[in-house]
Write a new protein. Structure first.
Length: 420
């Protein structure tokens, strides 16, 4: 057995670095890798998050056709990636999307490099050949599922055994998503930008404007709620961008007007300050019509102590215990969603707070970014024989010690002394 590398090089590959859960997970792991004393390399077609990645101390390498599904381009990209692996002395490659995973698998075979995958998305087997295309994400030396829901699917449909399968849920950054971290000024600025009257309950639906996310389903429930309780005050904000060349956003606006909801509904587009948006909200609704593979925004809302309403399928059932840490309704059941909204809006403030606090406690115990980073580093350690998770934990403890020491006038026991 060869000795483990003293300072391993971990390469992550994905189509691009723009926005989304895959991209955020990539940056979070690049941060953890560098904090653990290793070198983080990311290969992608670029995007607006590249500067943020490089500020973390990671190296970005441009591969313009990284997301291409063309078999000839995949083979060409594999040759490029094999050279990158050799030039940068890469210890392990972590692929997060299907086309880049095919590139990575071929390159790792050529260079005899360990290969790790994460299954992030839904990836349905809707037509012949699709399952084979998806299967590359189940072919890693270790395969990370972002929820138990996805883990079960990998085990049943792709026969990934417990020797390779690791369930590591996504997490909320509890430094950003904390009620104490969001100033009143940030909330006020957002409220003014969205033209929301003060002291009026706000229903927030975060998510891209796409049909399966359930925006039309929520509009139907709002129309029912308005009919049932016409005097009940509320506004609803849809915070999410519309895919390029899609008319769905305009269709939703027209539909809201048809339902008589135009005055109470806001289509706000992409929101740059989601912690403030969640702090502004009275209830957060994730009414997806298809099972979510995880749903990071759910745990972010819960971390902000906000009551969440989700549809009862997929990974949402792992993070929402009905009546305790949120509410769940059957997908597409307009009456049930309207009733859940009514229950939250009519609830006493202390009742909403109690649910929000229970949800935050659950997130702190199971669904933090720190937990996800540590568990993923442990996967790398398992393959490489390194101690990245331990080194990362020590670095985090050191940073926390320094922050506490700056707050206190008295000396604190250093974490290395505690470890010793």
């Amino acid at each position: 057995m060869t000795n483990p590398p003293s300072s391993p090089v971990i390469l992550q590959i994905l189509p691009a670095l723009n926005q989304g859960g895959v991209e955020r997970g990539t940056l979070e792991m690049a941060d953890a890798i560098t904090q653990a004393g290793a070198k983080a390399v990311v290969v992608s077609a670029g995007g607006r998050l590249v500067p943020a990645l490089e500020r973390l101390g990671a190296t970005h390498i441009m591969l313009p056709t990284c997301g291409s599904k063309n078999p000839l381009i995949i083979m060409r990209n594999a040759r490029h990636l094999a050279r990158i692996i050799q030039e940068h002395q890469v210890s392990l490659v972590h692929a997060r999307s299907r086309a880049p995973a095919w590139v990575a698998r071929l390159a790792c075979r050529r260079t005899d490099t360990p290969f790790v995958t994460t299954w992030h998305g839904v990836h349905a087997n809707s037509f012949p050949g699709k399952k084979r295309y998806n299967a590359v994400l189940a072919a890693g030396d270790r395969v990370i599922a972002i929820s138990r829901h996805i883990g079960q699917r990998l085990a049943e449909e792709y026969h990934v055994g417990p020797d390779r399968l690791r369930v590591i849920p996504r997490g909320a950054d509890i430094r950003q998503f904390s009620p104490e971290a969001v100033s009143g000024q940030r909330v006020h600025t957002l409220s003014e930008a969205w033209a929301l009257p003060p002291d009026t309950p706000v229903i927030l639906m975060p998510g891209r404007l796409t049909e399966w996310k359930g925006q039309r389903f929520l509009l139907d429930a709002l129309a029912r709620l308005k009919k049932q309780a016409p005097a009940l005050p509320w506004y609803c904000v849809f915070a999410g961008s519309c895919p390029a060349k899609s008319s769905y956003g305009q269709e939703l606006a027209t539909y809201a007007q048809t339902l008589g909801l135009a005055e109470q509904v806001r289509f706000a587009g992409h929101c740059q300050d989601m912690p403030a948006a969640l702090a502004l909200s009275t209830a957060v609704v994730i009414p997806s019509l298809r099972p979510e593979p995880f749903g990071r925004v759910v745990v972010e809302a819960q971390a902000m102590c906000r009551p969440v309403i989700v549809t009862s399928h997929g990974a949402a059932l792992e993070t929402v215990q009905h009546g305790m840490t949120g509410l769940s309704v059957p997908p597409g059941d307009t009456e049930a969603l309207a009733d859940a909204l009514s229950a939250v809006l009519h609830a006493a403030p202390e009742g909403r707070l109690a649910m929000g606090q229970a949800a935050r406690a659950m997130v702190l115990e199971h669904y933090t970014t720190l937990t996800m980073q540590t568990a993923t580093l442990a996967v790398y350690d398992d393959i490489l024989g390194t101690c990245l998770a331990e080194q990362f934990a020590l670095h985090v403890a050191e940073a926390q010690w320094q922050a506490e020491a700056e707050k206190n006038a008295f000396p604190l026991l250093h974490p290395t002394a505690v470890a010793g």
